[in-house]
Write a protein that binds this ligand. Structure first.
Ligand SMILES: Cc1cc2nc3c(=O)[nH]c(=O)nc-3n(C[C@H](O)[C@H](O)[C@H](O)COP(=O)(O)O)c2cc1C
Length: 179
């Protein structure tokens, strides 16, 4: 059984990012038994990296203690985020930065997929292409396989009404689940 971890960086429970994520998960789960664990970054208490982390001595006692084991156990990591100033939301980035100090060999072979929504009209206009380039590099660095990024614009209509975007997210989910 494959383990999936979803890290959701949107503050809206039923917003645009959530709609795109739902479509992705429906494509991913089709005909498969998977364990999917979702963490909503806005509901977590996760401290930023501090100078003391560089000494490797002080272990922070916050929600990362329950999130990190799930990330390490995952075969597929799914990041879902609204675009905030040409990047992912700060809460989600906070979670990702806390991977600092972990043994990157433990990430080798994991897959990573990204769902992103924004008011911009396309990947370039919204800044989603920057996240894509960033995580392609991160995946190469950590030995992970970048499955893809699906962007949907929320400018003209809510993503939940954008059939084309939902179908694209579903197709990416299907691709991500082909082991
Ligand atoms: C602080 C802030 C910054 C934003 N920056 C961008 C941006 O750089 N690019 C973009 O396309 N949309 C940007 N937006 C729009 C949101 O990404 C967009 O409305 C998104 O679909 C919201 O998703 P949600 O419904 O899951 O919250 C920004 C919105 C906020 C609140």
């Amino acid at each position: 059984m494959k383990n999936i971890i979803v890290l959701n960086g949107s503050p809206h429970k039923n917003g645009n990012t959530s709609a795109l994520l739902k479509a992705f998960l429906s494509g991913l789960k089709k005909g498969k038994k998977l364990t999917v664990t979702q963490f909503d970054a806005y509901a977590l208490r996760v401290a930023p990296i501090l100078a003391s982390d560089f000494s490797g001595k002080k272990e922070k006692k916050d929600d990362m203690q329950s999130v990190l084991p799930k990330i390490l156990a995952a075969d597929l990591i799914v990041l879902a985020t609204p675009l905030y100033y040409w990047g992912m939301s700060a809460q989600l980035k906070l979670v990702w930065e806390r991977l600092f100090g972990t043994d990157y060999k433990l990430f080798k072979g994991k897959r990573l997929a990204i769902l992103a929504t924004g008011g911009g009209e396309d990947k370039k206009d919204s800044g989603a292409d920057l996240i894509e380039a960033q995580y392609k590099n991160i995946c190469a660095f950590m030995g992970m396989r970048f499955v893809g990024l699906c962007f949907a614009s929320s400018e003209k209509q809510p993503v939940s009404k954008n059939k084309k975007a939902l179908a694209t997210a579903q197709a990416l989910g299907k691709k991500a689940g082909k082991w």
